[in-house]
Design a protein around this ligand. Structure first.
Ligand SMILES: *[C@@H]1O[C@H](CO)[C@@H](O)[C@H](O)[C@H]1NC(C)=O
Ligand SMILES: *[C@@H]1O[C@H](CO)[C@@H](O)[C@H](O)[C@H]1NC(C)=O
Ligand SMILES: *[C@@H]1O[C@H](CO)[C@@H](O)[C@H](O)[C@H]1NC(C)=O
Ligand SMILES: *[C@@H]1O[C@H](CO)[C@@H](O)[C@H](O)[C@H]1NC(C)=O
Length: 460
């Protein structure tokens, strides 16, 4: 796309004041809101959405460190998935191949202060197991699984891997990583929880779960049976986890609250430790997910849709390299989404404002009030059309309650999962007349900017 076309498109998003009659109707369905009032501030941003599933190469020095620090990388989830060496199910040698991979990834993640979720189902080798493998607890015999836990816990201690560690009991037992009954899984849960909590060396290690593929719902017996079991056995994890691929935390959060109140479960940190489908992994999707996770104060880790060794590279589709089929390759560059996370981390400082998404849920906004500017990151999820943003409480950031507001627009262009994008594009500055202490402007998600995320900034 040429510069002139970009410049022309850039004039579109902000023409409303000139030609309001040509625009579709504005309603709560298509309008997101930002409230800048001091009483509606939500604390300093902590980059809650900047976690990554796998994505760290087997040689952990391969991706230059600045890519991790630029994006605010703060949560890893690892276990040697899809390695040729099959893990515990294939014997101690292949167990160590996966354990060592996990160890090397762990120390790379810790360099950036990231918390590290380990995936025991990966080190065990679920991706090399099948129906006829010996699964934990088969025929009521837990000897092999107990040996596995002892081996793994012993190695975590011996390698000094307990700091910042989260033990993710078993991944997606309701999905494709468990080939036995729900009852056998629930036994595994209690057994694992009790093994970890009976070891005082592991007092600082968090236990997470159930990391289901499905979202909490009172109609889902994987959820209701698990909740009843952990209450009955007093094996409640430190962190509640599940996956949204697809999914929407705006639905999950109230449903989870319903289940918790029904079964008297305590409120604990939630981690959506896999979020976003592959087609949502575009710049606009990143901004949408960041906005939603931040609204509900949820931790989140990007899902990862690459395969084989590529799964363990590219920071879960945030990077590309000179030859993406070269296992040991060099020449890493960020893609469109990478620039969204970088802006989220480096530029969106200060305090978080209260926001609401559009009523139709298609567009969402995340906003910070910095010492210099207000910054509104915006993402439309996989749709084209026109949506609006209303920002109220302008006088709370020192602006007059009516006048003209100059808004700078940045476009976070997207060139595909492996498409390098140097940085956001400058889409110009436009003056909006406003009164009543609030300003409204449209966001045009055109076919030319199908996957683009936006940042709107103004000086305060
Ligand atoms: C903004 O937040 C304040 C403080 O919570 C609230 O009183 C006010 O009604 C909100 N404004 C809008 C437009 O929702
Ligand atoms: C794992 O790492 C240890 C310690 O560095 C090493 O002795 C061992 O050979 C490694 N095993 C495998 C299978 O890579
Ligand atoms: C099933 O998995 C076991 C390892 O648990 C392996 O030895 C066996 O070859 C696998 N069978 C098939 C049909 O893949
Ligand atoms: C974000 O902040 C960095 C570091 O201060 C700065 O170089 C960059 O220009 C800013 N980006 C935008 C889009 O404002």
């Amino acid at each position: 796309m040429g510069v002139n076309i970009l410049a022309l498109l850039a004039t579109l998003p902000l023409c409303i004041n000139a030609a309001p009659n040509f625009l579709p109707r504005q309603s709560s369905q298509d309008t997101a809101t930002v409230n800048l009032t001091t009483g509606a501030r939500r604390g300093a941003p902590q980059n809650l959405a900047a976690g990554v599933l796998y994505g760290i190469p087997d040689d952990p020095t391969q991706i230059p460190d600045h890519f991790y620090s630029d994006m605010g990388f703060n949560y890893a989830r690892i276990g040697g998935a899809q390695m040729e060496a099959g893990g515990w199910v294939d014997g101690l040698e292949t167990y160590y191949a996966r354990f060592n991979n996990t160890r090397d990834n762990y120390f790379q993640a810790r360099k950036f202060g990231a918390k590290v979720i380990i995936l025991p189902h990966d080190i065990w080798g679920t991706d090399h197991a099948n129906q006829s493998s010996n699964w934990p607890g088969d025929n009521g015999d837990w000897t092999d699984y107990d040996n596995y836990l002892n081996q793994l816990i012993g190695d975590l201690k011996a390698n000094d891997m307990l700091d910042g560690l989260v033990y993710d009991t078993w991944n997606e037992p309701d999905g494709s990583f468990w080939d036995r009954s729900q009852a056998q899984y629930l036994d595994l849960w209690s057994r694992t929880y009790n093994r970890i909590r009976s070891d005082s060396d592991l007092n600082g290690v968090l236990i997470s779960g159930p990391s289901y593929a499905s979202q909490p719902n009172t109609g889902n017996d994987w959820w209701t049976n698990w909740v009843q079991r952990i209450v009955a056995d007093n094996t409640i994890p430190d962190q509640y986890t599940w996956h949204d691929e697809p999914g929407d935390v705006a639905n999950d959060v109230p449903r989870w609250a319903d289940i918790r109140s029904q079964y008297n479960l305590p409120d604990r940190e939630i981690n959506i430790n896999e979020y976003a489908t592959f087609n949502q992994q575009i710049s606009a999707g990143a901004a949408w997910w960041i906005s939603r996770l931040e609204r509900y104060n949820l931790r989140g880790l990007r899902g990862n849709w690459l395969s084989g060794w590529q799964l363990r590279d590219f920071l879960a589709s945030l990077l590309t390299k000179t030859d993406t089929n070269d296992y040991t390759g060099t020449g890493y560059q960020g893609n469109g989404e990478f620039n969204v996370y970088k802006y989220y981390h480096q530029n969106m400082t200060g305090e978080r404002a209260t926001t609401t998404s559009t009523g139709d849920g298609v567009m969402d906004v995340f906003t910070t009030v910095g010492s210099d500017k207000v910054r509104v990151l915006t993402g439309v999820l996989n749709q084209q059309g026109t949506w609006y943003i209303t920002i109220s409480g302008l006088s709370a950031v020192g602006l007059s309650s009516s006048g003209t507001l100059s808004i700078q627009t940045w476009g976070f262009d997207d060139a595909g999962h492996f498409g390098a994008v140097a940085g956001p594009s400058d889409r110009g500055v436009y003056g909006h007349q406003y009164d009543g202490d609030s300003v409204t402007f449209p966001v045009f998600q055109t076919s030319q900017d199908e996957n683009t995320a936006w940042a709107f900034e103004f000086d305060i």
